[in-house]
Write a protein that binds this ligand. Structure first.
Ligand code: SF4
Length: 372
């Protein structure tokens, strides 16, 4: 469920959200309407995972959360949830919110830390500071919500290798069971892009990003984290159940502006990425969805994109089920990477090696099938 509001625009972010809170009540009514109109999406009405992302879900008030949970419960059984996550920003968390979430079945918090160091947080344009992170982590770890994941960013120009080590020490010290670590990327439609263009900010350095990724992978291996996906690290049993659904091409429903859904076969739909268009459409009872039917080529490219990033790799049985032109292309284009030692071939899959992981995107680009 995409909650498209933020208090402020972080310098590097190009997600869909609005900083104006003016249409929040209307948008939440539209969300409830979208839930009703998509209630037939699953044959059963039992959810196994639920994820509130955004934007900033933790921006919602207690009463807005109550009404959202009521709306979900009217349609779905959420008694058997395996995982229910709320994405949070450190500046929003209160004891009352934690209590309310727990009472409604939230058992996992994904906290947008990004870095424990104030100079990095200032570069990223985050609203919180290191003190707030420590305070909030203490209160989450004391709460009844049992699972926690944090987001980190590396490759920030203000972050030296020692700075990264400092962050990782704190992950260990707090015994965080799951974390996601992303390399800083500069997207065109962001403040960071413009600052760099105007010479007001130093751009990230690719060679530093690769070095920091290697340090991170080594550290994770020595401290008992499994890098089960390129950007995701978990202690055994703490892998994100919800994200594994996406990465395993299983069906899911996304609601809220800019969300997308997949039926597990060939149908995907995308919700309009505009709060006002979303509200208007649902007010007149029309789903603001753009439907897309996936070709073999789309399904093949998606399998490469998601599975190459997973520790388990690209499964041979699924890959070999594609038309022979794609299988031939795959075998020809993956071979140089196997020779280079960046990809290893096991009896059941092709997997990235530690040397190959920093080059996952470049490898995927070579292996994609694009009909000429
Ligand atoms: S990074 Fe998160 S909090 Fe910052 S603008 Fe993007 S969605 Fe909002």
């Amino acid at each position: 469920m995409h909650i498209p509001f933020c208090r402020h625009r972080c310098h590097y972010c190009d997600f869909h959200f609005s900083v104006s809170q003016r249409y929040r009540p209307q948008l939440l009514s539209a969300l409830r309407r979208e839930l009703e109109l998509t209630s037939h999406y699953f044959a059963h009405r039992r959810l196994s995972t639920l994820y509130f992302g955004g934007g900033t879900p933790s921006i919602l008030s207690l009463s807005e959360w109550e009404s959202l949970f009521d709306a979900i419960r009217t349609i779905y059984s959420i008694e058997d949830l395996k995982e229910c996550t709320v994405e949070c920003n450190p500046e929003d968390i209160t004891a009352e919110l934690l209590e309310l979430w727990h009472a409604h079945g939230v058992d996992r918090i994904s906290l947008g830390v990004q870095s424990f160091r104030n100079e990095d947080l200032r570069y990223l344009g985050r609203r919180h500071d290191a003190m707030q992170i420590h305070r909030v982590l203490d209160s989450i770890l004391r709460s009844d919500i049992s699972k926690i994941s944090i987001d980190l960013i590396y490759g920030i120009p203000t972050m030296t290798m020692d700075g990264l080590v400092e962050n990782l020490r704190l992950v260990e010290q707090y015994d965080i069971p799951h974390f996601s670590a992303y390399a800083l990327t500069v997207e065109r439609r962001t403040a960071l892009y413009h600052f760099i263009q105007k010479g007001k900010c130093t751009p990230p350095d690719d060679s530093v990003i690769v070095e920091q990724m290697k340090l991170l992978m080594d550290w994770a291996q020595h401290t008992g984290y499994r890098q089960y996906e390129i950007s995701n690290f978990a202690k055994p049993g703490h892998e994100s159940q919800h994200n594994l659904v996406y990465w395993h091409q299983q069906p899911y429903l996304g609601v809220g502006p800019s969300a997308h859904s997949y039926d597990g076969h060939r149908r995907r739909h995308h919700v309009v990425a505009s709060n006002l268009a979303y509200i208007r459409s649902l007010r007149s009872g029309v789903l603001p969805h753009r439907v897309e039917y996936l070709s073999d080529e789309d399904l093949y490219n998606e399998l490469i994109l998601t599975r190459l990033r997973l520790e388990e790799g690209i499964p041979k049985d699924q890959l070999l089920g594609f038309p022979s032109a794609m299988v031939d292309h795959f075998c020809d284009s993956i071979e140089p990477f196997v020779q280079k030692g960046w990809v290893s071939e096991t009896p059941s899959a092709w997997c990235l090696t530690a040397q190959g992981k920093p080059w996952a995107d470049a490898i995927a680009r070579e292996v994609f099938y694009i009909r000429s």
